[in-house]
Design a protein around this ligand. Structure first.
Ligand SMILES: NC(=O)c1ccc[n+]([C@@H]2O[C@H](COP(=O)([O-])OP(=O)(O)OC[C@H]3O[C@@H](n4cnc5c(N)ncnc54)[C@H](O)[C@@H]3O)[C@@H](O)[C@H]2O)c1
Length: 454
């Protein structure tokens, strides 16, 4: 057991120098997050960015509030678009309270036509309209942050990648774990420190409690004509779009995309096959849904170290265990989650102990001693406190969504790389939507390498 500040040791938390060197060696510099890149000096004025948002529902509001409360200075919302006046007007009022008066629009086309000075768009509409909104934004010259999953069809997601490439604008997709230093730290421990030995399996889950219906205040029911104009058949479908194939890629895309994205990232490749099972077993067709309420998928990855099997499950009936990802090797396992409270390393008894393990603080988890996965304060090679390392440790405590947005805005300002550009998210989109096909067909789906090329 070690003292509580033992994660100050560079071995337990890579120094920035080590991190960047490791990243370079692993060919990662293209995707190293902003916090590992050169930042402008504090004294330099921050370039103000004019931002518009399309879709100010649940996630749109969350992102907006995070931006208002925690984001770097220099961000100004100037326009919001949402077809539902109930939330559009709420967003306009909220921004006014933060001294950011905005124009509200029902139709994104009018917004793009009138708000020519926008630098960037944040898109948090349902998945089926991501491509339409994103491509229009890119073609109007805006940089775009679009929520995951890219789309509910591979064809539409591919068009998003092509539009970003053709316009030369930035397109960041909302897989926020990619901007979270804890994930980078875990990846470095697996790849550089080989803390798990050879990784042979991964597991991921998102178990959540029964959620039958998202409602709405009846006096704010949209007119049938308005719903129809924007492609929704009823208010129920408009609010519960996740359960319908025409609007969503189902739970594998909605929740699974976050975590299969981590498999793809950490294993450095897309899957070679998927065999999945699932169904609408608990909620019935009579309740109007057509997406699976549970799904279980087994992916196979051909990595440079050998075959890795990854199992993933998403449940909508029971929340036990919540959401996390797990990497398993012949020398240990690592559990990590976007919920910062989950992060541990379990070493196999026969694994050769590292020097730092003698001092590391352990916690009891599932009846075993576990090393807590933390980014600690790091030291320079001379043993002094490493300021960059400290900054990294502080960053790791911040909300991943803020870090991900920040990565996007810094990329616009400074030209630093995006952590989740469209072509990266495209691989994830293909990976999860093909799992749906496997469920539908009842058979294994073999990916073709060219499928991952947009
Ligand atoms: N990154 C994350 O952790 C995370 C978390 C939750 C949701 N999301 C994603 O955010 C997106 C939105 O999800 P949500 O939970 O906020 O859904 P929601 O239904 O709460 O909000 C969607 C909003 O889009 C509006 N909208 C629908 N069609 C529109 C159109 N054609 N034009 C303009 N506005 C339109 C709706 O009125 C609503 O306000 C989804 O893609 C979802 O996958 C991401």
């Amino acid at each position: 057991m070690m003292s509580s500040n033992s994660e100050c040791r560079p071995e337990a938390g890579l120094t920035r120098r080590e991190f960047v060197q490791t990243a370079t060696a692993a060919g990662l510099m293209m995707t190293v997050p902003t916090w590992a890149q050169e930042q402008p000096a504090q004294s330099q004025p921050v370039q103000e960015l004019a931002v518009g948002m399309i879709g100010v529902g649940s996630q749109g509001q969350t992102l907006m509030k995070l931006c208002l409360k925690d984001l770097v200075p220099g961000l100004r919302f100037v326009a919001v678009c949402d077809i539902w006046p109930y939330w559009r007007e709420y967003a306009v009022r909220l921004l006014k309270r933060y001294d950011q008066p905005v124009n509200g629009y029902e139709d994104y086309r009018e917004m793009l036509h009138k708000e020519k000075h926008l630098d960037a768009l944040i898109i948090a509409t349902p998945d089926w309209v991501h491509a339409e909104h994103t491509i229009a934004g890119l073609r109007a010259g805006k940089h775009v942050y679009c929520e995951k999953d890219m789309s509910n069809t591979i064809e539409a997601a591919r068009k998003m990648v092509v539009a970003a490439r053709e316009t030369g604008r930035l397109l960041q997709i909302g897989h926020q774990r990619r901007s979270q230093p804890r994930y980078w730290h875990a990846l470095m421990m697996i790849e550089k420190d080989k803390i798990l030995g050879r990784v042979t399996h991964t597991y991921g889950q998102w178990n959540r409690a029964r959620l039958l219906e998202v409602g709405w205040p009846k006096k704010h029911t949209l007119e049938a004509e308005t719903l129809k104009r924007y492609g929704y058949d009823s208010m129920e479908e408009f609010r519960n779009w996740r359960w319908y194939r025409k609007y969503s890629g189902g739970p594998m895309a909605d929740l699974g995309s976050h975590q299969v994205d981590i498999f793809n990232w950490f294993l450095r490749t897309g899957p070679k096959s998927v065999l999945a099972s699932g169904g609408l077993d608990y909620y019935t067709q009579q309740e109007g849904r057509d997406w699976y309420d549970n799904a279980m998928a087994i992916y196979e990855y051909q990595t440079s170290a050998g075959l890795v099997r990854s199992s993933y499950q998403v449940l909508n009936t029971t929340s036990h265990g919540g959401f996390y990802e797990q990497f398993m090797g012949d020398e240990g396992s690592l559990v990590i989650s976007d919920d910062g409270r989950t992060g541990q390393i379990f070493r196999e008894v026969h694994a050769k102990r590292r020097d730092w393990e003698e001092e590391v603080e352990t916690v009891e988890s599932m009846g075993r001693d576990a090393i807590e996965l933390k980014i600690g304060e790091t030291l320079t090679p001379e043993g002094k406190k490493d300021l960059e390392g400290q900054k990294l440790a502080a960053q790791a405590l911040r909300d991943s969504r803020v870090l991900h947005l920040e990565n996007f805005f810094n990329a616009i300002r400074n030209g630093t790389p995006l952590t989740c550009p469209a072509e990266v998210a495209f691989d994830t989109c293909v990976s999860v939507l093909r799992a749906n096909e496997s469920i539908d067909s009842g058979g294994r789906y073999d990916f073709k390498p060219e499928e991952f090329v947009a």
